[in-house]
Design a protein. Structure first.
Length: 169
């Protein structure tokens, strides 16, 4: 018996993102480019920015502390990252993992990309996910009804992590 908690806001976001992906959206229509350009039309959970990248809390997190790192420049394919961008992305990933370990004490991480539509990518702008994982993260809803619930508000996570990044830099 698999049940889901319905989040109508996420459905609208997913439909819009999927349509943009299928329509090969121009950078000005890209939600990550809108965040990079500080558009007032999108919710931003940005916690850190360099000249080339943004670190952000995921608006619809899988777990508390679920982050995304994405280039400011609109890049659709991983092979289009320059060597210096790839190095900076790696350094930001290591920094994010260190901060998440000290803030939330996870026992592991899933780190990766969804590349292209067939792999589940809903945005045509490369972004890396960092998902903290916990030994006993399954609760009664996961077991009884196959439902995942994330309790902490992503805005609260953003505010906590902004301070942690400032301390590290």
């Amino acid at each position: 018996m698999l049940k889901h908690l319905f989040n109508p806001n996420k459905l609208k976001y997913a439909i819009k993102a999927r349509q943009s992906f299928k329509e090969s959206a121009a950078p000005q229509d890209c939600i990550l480019c809108s965040i990079a350009n500080r558009s007032q039309k999108v919710d931003s959970l940005e916690i850190y920015r360099t000249d080339k990248f943004i670190v952000s809390v995921n608006l619809y997190p899988f777990n508390t502390g679920h982050l995304m790192i994405f280039p400011i420049r609109h890049i659709e394919h991983i092979e289009d990252l320059t060597e210096s961008e790839a190095l900076e992305l790696h350094k930001l990933t290591v920094l994010a993992v260190e901060i998440l370990k000290s803030e939330y004490n996870p026992q592991g991480f899933n780190i990766g990309y969804n590349l292209e539509n067939a792999a589940g990518a809903s945005i045509r702008h490369i972004h890396q996910h960092i998902v903290p994982r916990y030994e006993n993260e399954m609760g009664f809803l996961d077991i009884i009804s196959g439902t995942k619930v994330v309790i902490i508000d992503p805005v609260e996570v953003r505010d906590n992590l902004i301070c942690r990044f400032k301390e590290k830099i």
